[in-house]
Design a protein around this ligand. Sequence first.
Ligand code: AMP
Ligand code: MG
Length: 420
Amino acid sequence: MPSSDFPMSLSLEEAQQRVVAVCKSRTPAIDTVPLQATVGRVLAEHALAAGDMPALDNSAMDGFAVRGEDLPNDGEARFQIVETLLAGHDTRHVLGAGQCMRIMTGARMPNGADTVVIKERVRVEANFAIIGSGERMGSNVRPRGEEMRAGQLAVECGQRIRPTHASLLASLGMDRVRVFGKPRVSIISTGDELVMPGQPCSGAQIYNSNGFGLGALIGGADARLNRVDGSTDGLPFRHVPDDREQLRRALLNAARTSDVVITSGGVSAGEADHLPGLVRELGRVHFWKVRLRPGMPFLFGEIEGTLLFCLPGNPVSSLVTFQILVRPALRALQGDRDIHPRWLNARLIEPVRKQHQRTEMLRGCLESGEDGTLKVRVSGRQGSAMISGMLAADVLVEFPESAQTLDAGQVVRVFPIQHD
Ligand code: AMP
Ligand code: MG
């Protein structure tokens, strides 16, 4: 390929910044969806409390509603039971002196009452409740607006909705919610050596694993798999051999029907690695190669406005670059304010060494130390072709560019791997 007119060999940080900057400059579409379809989507508006929450003073326990001033300081007091209050039912009675009402959790507090004494602490004799000393005025009542006041911000725009958010939005009375559109993603795997599982695999061939792993990741919460072009026979991806012309057609096709195209393989500097040249010819390369291991040949570009992430073919390289470069992009494209993987600090259990000047993302397992610190063990199988090593890990351990050795006990950043 001729000398480059795009940045090459960026640091991981620079690469992440460039990816996110481009993605944030795109305006996501907005869909209005029923509440039950919102989980996994990103809220496209602030959700405000329409009224006070809770909307009524109500009992926090099953017990007896009384006037606090009637409670005895010592000895016992007798209260006449005048009514039973169930959740969802109202009463017009005002509680008088020396009276009480049986009340269930969630029932509206009757006028006049300000305290609930739990039933376990009450003796009932005929139509009277006998209550001893030691009860506190105002206890076991959930006052109106205790959790939230009308107009208060309940869920912020840009929040990815989880089941508990759906519950909160429902409790605000919202039935339809505005959420950002998910990017449509097509996946293309490349390589002459690849065979579909289920087919005979002989000689120099291997099974195509990336297509399935990436397809399943995309089918998860972060994007929408584009099955129009990206797939054949119900597969989540399309496979293309290392043929420049076929690859060119597949790229253009996918670009025209998707917001994002993800490829695997064919992006290094080998004879059959056509992608860098093709992207340059058909569109624009934002950058190629990252000072990262595994995942160095990663390319970010665009074709006809569609973003293109070219992942290296080694299965671990493709999964690692997906975690740290593609997933943040997919999140940014759908307005998620939580873009980057959260990292934790942990102490290395054993020393590690490296001989290159790239950031290494080692596969590791967390252990919780008895002294209360988080520890991390770098697991044995680090080869970039070893999927089982990736699966055995729960974090990626950052081995900074400039360091050559990390000692046991040294604090490192670890990034929890999101396996789904
Ligand atoms: P490449 O990036 O195309 O040079 O591929 C690097 C290595 O990853 C080679 O050993 C390929 O055989 C392997 N590889 C490429 N694509 C896949 C795939 N879809 N599934 C499994 N292995 C792959
Ligand atoms: Mg290849």
